[in-house]
Design a protein around this ligand. Sequence first.
Ligand code: ADP
Ligand code: MG
Length: 352
Amino acid sequence: MKESVILSLENVTKQYSEDSKPAVNHVSLSLLEGDILGFLGPSGCGKTTLLRLIGGLERPQTGTVAIGGKVVCDRTNWIPPENRDIGIVFQDYALFPHLTVVKNVAFGLKNLSKQQVEQRVSATLKLVQLTGLEQRYPYELSGGQQQRVALARALAPQPKLLLLDEPLSNLDVQVRLQLREEMRDIIKAAGTSAVFVTHDQEEALAMCDIVGVMQQGHLEQIGTPEEIYTHPASRFVAEFVTQANFLPARRQGHFWSTEIGKFDVKTKDSPETGEIMIRQEDCILQLCTNSPLVIRSRRFLGREYRYCLHTPSGQEIHIRTGIDTAIPEGATVQISVADDLVRIFSDYTQKG
Ligand SMILES: Nc1ncnc2c1ncn2[C@@H]1O[C@H](COP(=O)(O)OP(=O)(O)O)[C@@H](O)[C@H]1O
Ligand SMILES: [Mg+2]
């Protein structure tokens, strides 16, 4: 079966006012049917605006939006949100407080008989595991349960595309982690495609099939979670997604020299200086009496230790190791990292 494109954006730009920077700047992408796409980036980078442009809650200055092969917005066409075949879930649930769970979920169902509505609501509540709570009001539910109702309400009309704006951000950590897993299963079981906004990198990597990393309105990189994590396209993506360490590096022949050692890294272009990216989990620590690297702190996080080291120049390096590597604070150590795990970002690759 050929996979078809459910969502495509071409050159979409949105500027809220003439004297402000574009909130969304020349974004193009496409999403295959059945996939979950995540927009990931810091607060204010344009994630919500981009989601609202897809949903028809905002209108772009330029660009084309197509859903399910149908243009819903371009220079001459405009299809309003209610005719875009989408479902929307917001961070604050936005349930109707005076309606029961059943009535909230039935709200968007049009052109169906009473019996069909009952069937659809009951099947959707089963999908989100709320069977038994049909007659409750929102205030009688926990945050996690309210968000399940909101999800059911968005899914009940069986939209082509589900849009979710930070749906887990208002929940406690425990509930958030559990619902994150279930939400992915529910969306997959419903057979719908989805666009999911979050500022939490772990959430994006865990929930989504494709992740688009945004900065200041730009889509910096789009790819599978594995691609984004292992081959970040820019310094920004590397820092935001992997929380890696960056150290100044200088080319010496075909090596890159840093204050913690030399690395054999290939780069496409040949800059003389740059920054080396070293992921926290890629380092091996060994006691070494005459090393200038000092362990300033060691924190036990259950599954791992998190170390903070100081280099001679005063820079901090964060490292995570298994709990079998227990080196005391104050000790001096050597760091080893496999050459193929580090990456170089030069000014050139940052711009490109
Ligand atoms: N309704 C609005 N009017 C004017 N500026 C807005 C509006 N909504 C968002 N912005 C601005 O657009 C930029 C992107 O915001 P937003 O899309 O909410 O980012 P995010 O969801 O990533 O935090 C920010 O600079 C924000 O201040
Ligand atoms: Mg937002």
